[in-house]
Design a protein around this ligand. Structure first.
Ligand SMILES: [Zn+2]
Length: 456
């Protein structure tokens, strides 16, 4: 089945595709606010009906929260599962919107036409790029080029409480050869990106306890141990002078960047000074001899997220504090084991404790990094398809944060996921005046049409 007429159909019917997207955008499916529960149902119903009209076997599946939408189409060859979410963020502060958030419209801006409204980029506009690509294939050829299932969630913006149980209960139905997730963006303005590595996270909160109560620093200063000094010394010892993390065994499982990824990343033209300039900084402060992109994508970190002790109110109090606390997080990569690192970190802290001091901990989040198997043929197929559509060649990129759904596909369904999206950095996700560029919507549809052709 040839691709060209499918792309022509997408171009010819763009206005109809926009009209459908507008209808979905008008449904205020805010998942975190119970007042909008019926609207979440309505958005799921609308998607089910639309997918049924394409010939998908589609259904709305109840959960204890908002429903899932699950749809299957017959097809030959590779089985792909597409994921997106139909729920949106709340809209406050409402007064900062230039037009009502659920009355979407097309606007002319100096940078081109944009679709303005809540959910345009995150994630209704993005998920409809895939649905519209399927529609074009079916209209032109009567069927899809590969076997496709679609999975839409309605709780992504409210912590996905039903997701893991639903995935476990429906594992067989959800498992495909590869998953496609459309909830990310382009790299820069027009470099299509496939996120293939996501950093994990380990969070530790520790409190150093010393004297039985806060002391007067005139009476006890000099003779009593000060937990604030103990804590800051522990923290200071977590990095050496090259910026490397000193916790024993910390780097076990940290891979070196492959040559092919290094070449791709070098070609992205990432400017650290520009990136840091946005936040009033100028010089990368990570490990020595690492590129800026390695620092944010492929190297692990240890950071102090909060630290407190003693008297911090107005004025001055000559207190010698009874305890001192900090929240410390580690971003993890490769196959670093969060539990081993937690043990090793605690052993290091223990080794630093002077007489009369004890330590207590609170466990916080803990999740391993995600590394996609990019040697799966689907990854190179998608890379080629995206490079054919956009002005710049596509790249495998990292993501410094975590995108939990990708990890769940791997751990629960043993499925690799390709994170491909067409958002831009200035889309104002979760903020007033959210937008999605019309070009991104149009080229996003064309991109999926090409990817499906390559996967076939
Ligand atoms: Zn999203």
């Amino acid at each position: 089945m040839s691709l060209e007429p499918v792309l022509a159909e997408i171009d010819a019917s763009l206005d109809d595709a926009l009209e459908r997207l507008m209808t979905l955008l008008r449904i205020p499916s805010i998942s975190t606010d119970p007042a909008y529960a019926d609207d979440c149902q309505a958005a799921a119903d609308w998607l089910v009906d639309d997918l049924k009209s394409l010939g998908f076997e589609a259904s709305k599946r109840p959960t204890p929260g908002h429903p899932m939408v699950l749809a299957h189409a017959k097809g030959e060859g590779q089985h792909v599962l597409f994921y997106g979410h139909y729920d949106v963020q709340p809209v406050d502060p409402l007064e900062l919107w230039n037009n009502p958030p659920f009355e979407p419209r097309i606007e002319d801006t100096p940078k081109g036409k944009v679709i303005r409204g809540r959910g345009t980029s995150d994630d209704k506009g993005q998920l409809m790029t895939f649905v519209e690509a399927c529609r074009a294939w079916i209209k032109v050829h009567g069927s899809l080029p590969t076997k496709i299932s679609i999975f839409f969630e309605g709780e992504e913006e409210s912590g996905s409480p039903s997701l893991i149980p639903f995935m476990k209960e429906n594992a067989e139905e959800l498992t495909a050869d590869v998953a496609l997730i459309c909830d990310t963006g382009l790299f820069g303005h027009d470099t299509p990106a496939i996120v293939t590595q996501l950093r994990g996270l380990l969070g530790e909160e520790l409190t150093i306890h010393g004297p039985s109560k806060d002391l007067h620093s005139g009476m006890f200063g000099g003779i009593a141990i000060n937990p604030a000094r103990v804590l800051t010394k522990i923290i200071a010892g977590l990095h050496d002078e090259t910026g490397a993390i000193t916790v024993p065994g910390f780097y076990d499982g940290v891979p070196e960047l492959s040559n092919s990824l290094r070449t791709q990343w070098d070609g992205l033209g990432f400017e650290a000074s520009e990136f840091l300039g946005e936040v009033g900084l100028s010089v990368p402060a990570g490990e020595q001899n690492r590129t800026p992109l390695e620092m944010i994508w492929s190297r692990p970190t240890c950071e102090v997220n909060g630290i407190w002790s003693g008297y911090t109110g107005a004025g001055f109090k000559t207190v010698l504090p009874a305890e001192a606390s900090a929240k410390i997080s580690f971003r993890l990569v490769g196959t670093q084991d969060p539990e081993k690192i937690r043990e090793s970190f605690r052993a290091y802290v223990q080794s630093c404790l002077p007489a009369d001091c004890t330590v207590s901990y609170i466990d916080h989040s803990n999740g391993a990094a995600g590394q996609m198997a990019t040697d799966h043929p689907a990854f190179n197929a998608a890379l080629k398809a995206l490079s054919d559509e956009w002005p710049k060649p596509a790249a495998f990129v990292g993501c410094g944060g975590s995108i939990p759904i990708a990890g769940h596909f791997k751990t629960i369904l043993d499925m690799d996921a390709m994170l491909i999206g067409f958002g831009r950095d200035d889309d104002q996700l979760h903020s007033p005046n959210e937008k999605y560029d019309l070009e991104c919507f149009h080229k996003g549809i064309r991109s999926w049409a090409r990817i499906l052709a390559e996967l076939a």
